[in-house]
Design a protein around this ligand. Structure first.
Ligand code: EPZ
Length: 418
């Protein structure tokens, strides 16, 4: 198992280019089942993308990936389509459940492994299934699989989500793509990654309107056969490096981004005292001497992203006073806390709120990654800690961060993979 060795307190300086978004690429890859010939560019070469490609090949699509150009070419000529997403491919990458909507709406049936939980929570899919049932699907759960049927095809419906879910919104949009008539979804997630998915589906000829958290989908007859799409930048990767820069940089430029999609997070960092200069597609940051404490709650977009909560917690250990983080999205997303404590962080958790006392000097230690964003928070802690930090189980990192150590090394960090 690979690990990262980090020598702390090496000031960062340089430029970091942000990759394409993993969380936009995954639903868009699933929706290529609906297309005929698709070319996707600005793809992040991370583990989850390769797992999704394996799944699409298993279903029957032809997939060619050009790693140098970070692009993927997919063809679905409908020969021998297998409407099955097996456990072995869904268990490590729960976004595999997103093939359910496209398979059902195009082939009227699908058998998809229940994704199961992960370190941060049980991750149910009841909201996905609620939407598909409202569109007329028959759903059965048997032997750990979702067995969905829509013999006469799906019929447009009005669906109000009882709570906001990114994946359920995506699966519902994909299912509505081929449903007869109009589908109106209410109380939707509107993350930028969902907007990118909608842009892709519009290129396929689907009429989709967004009004606040309401999304209206009208099936179009003529599907456009050949389309190109450039994946949006990864705002969570960008936010992660933003926080690294505030922690430890002389001067860092983060480029190939749209700062407007990080508005809330930038506001939080500025309120903590970070010096951040924003231009059209890049951000300039320098380390801030005196960081002030802050209280945040994670919320669906455009609120503070749960995917940046672990990273912000490291910054809070360096802020003067008691900061607070309330994690509202997942039931167990504080797995990084025990590991940060082992590095000297002063963090207490009381009913889903983490209290972080700072500024605290962190010391290097051997720590263990538990999930994607927890692992990157340990890397951030290692960058500012005294001595050496060893982060184990970094396969979690490789699921969502492209060339992490290369990008940091280019900014003079002392970090290596063994
Ligand atoms: C997506 O996961 C992202 N993953 C997650 O990023 C992100 O943290 C999450 O959205 C929230 O923004 C991808 O896009 C591939 P949800 P998803 O459905 O869709 C509950 C990362 O680090 N829920 O919005 O699975 C659920 O348990 C990953 O890149 C139900 O109860 O998240 C959670 O508490 C981690 N029933 C809350 O809703 C359902 O049917 C939000 O989950 C679905 C979800």
């Amino acid at each position: 198992m690979h690990k990262l060795i980090i020598k702390g307190k090496k000031e960062l300086t340089g430029t970091i280019s942000i990759s394409g978004s993993k969380n936009a690429t995954l639903p868009i890859l699933a929706s290529t089942i609906l297309s005929r010939e698709t070319k996707l560019t600005n793809i992040p070469l991370v583990k989850d993308i390769f797992t999704m490609i394996e799944l699409l090949k298993f279903i029957g699509l032809k997939v060619i990936i050009d790693k140098k150009k970070k692009s993927i070419f997919l063809e679905n000529f409908e020969k021998k389509i297998n409407t099955l997403a097996p456990y072995k491919l869904v268990k490590t990458m729960r976004a595999g459940v997103l093939v359910l909507g496209p398979l059902l709406t195009k082939y009227k049936k699908a058998k998809v492994s229940l994704p199961g939980g992960c370190a941060i929570g049980t991750r149910p899919v009841d909201l996905h299934l609620l939407a598909l049932k409202k569109l007329g699907a028959k759903i059965q759960i048997k032997d750990g699989y979702i067995i969905a049927d829509a013999k006469r095809g799906l019929i447009g419906a009005k669906i109000k989500f009882p709570s906001i879910s990114v994946g359920a919104t995506e699966n519902a949009i994909l299912a509505a793509f081929g449903a007869l008539g109009t589908t109106t979804l209410l109380n939707c997630a509107i993350e930028p990654e969902i907007i990118d998915l909608i842009k892709f589906l519009r290129k396929l000829g689907c009429k989709i309107k967004i009004e606040g958290r309401k999304i209206i989908i009208n099936r179009k007859r003529n599907i456009i056969k050949k389309i190109n799409h450039k994946i949006i930048f990864d705002r969570i990767e960008a936010g992660t490096y933003l926080i690294a820069a505030v922690l430890l940089s002389k001067k860092i430029v983060i480029k190939k981004i749209n700062p407007r999609l990080l508005k809330y997070e930038i506001k939080v960092l500025k309120r903590m005292g970070a010096k951040i200069k924003i231009s059209r597609n890049s951000i300039l940051i320098a380390k801030s001497k005196k960081l002030k404490k802050i209280n945040i709650s994670t919320k669906p977009f455009p609120g503070f992203s749960t995917d940046l909560q672990a990273q912000l917690m490291v910054l809070m250990t360096q802020a003067k006073g008691m900061s607070k983080i309330k994690e509202n999205i997942f039931e167990n997303r504080f797995m990084h806390v025990p590991e940060l404590r082992r590095m000297g962080a002063k963090i207490e958790i009381k009913n889903k709120i983490a209290y972080i006392l700072g500024p605290t000097r962190l010391t290097g230690a051997e720590v263990m990654a538990t999930d994607l964003r927890a692992s990157v928070s340990l890397v951030l802690a290692g960058l500012i800690a005294d001595n050496r930090t060893i982060v184990n189980r970094i396969y979690h990192l490789d699921r969502g961060y492209e060339n992490l150590e290369k990008k940091l090394k280019k900014c003079r960090a002392k970090i290596k993979r063994i």
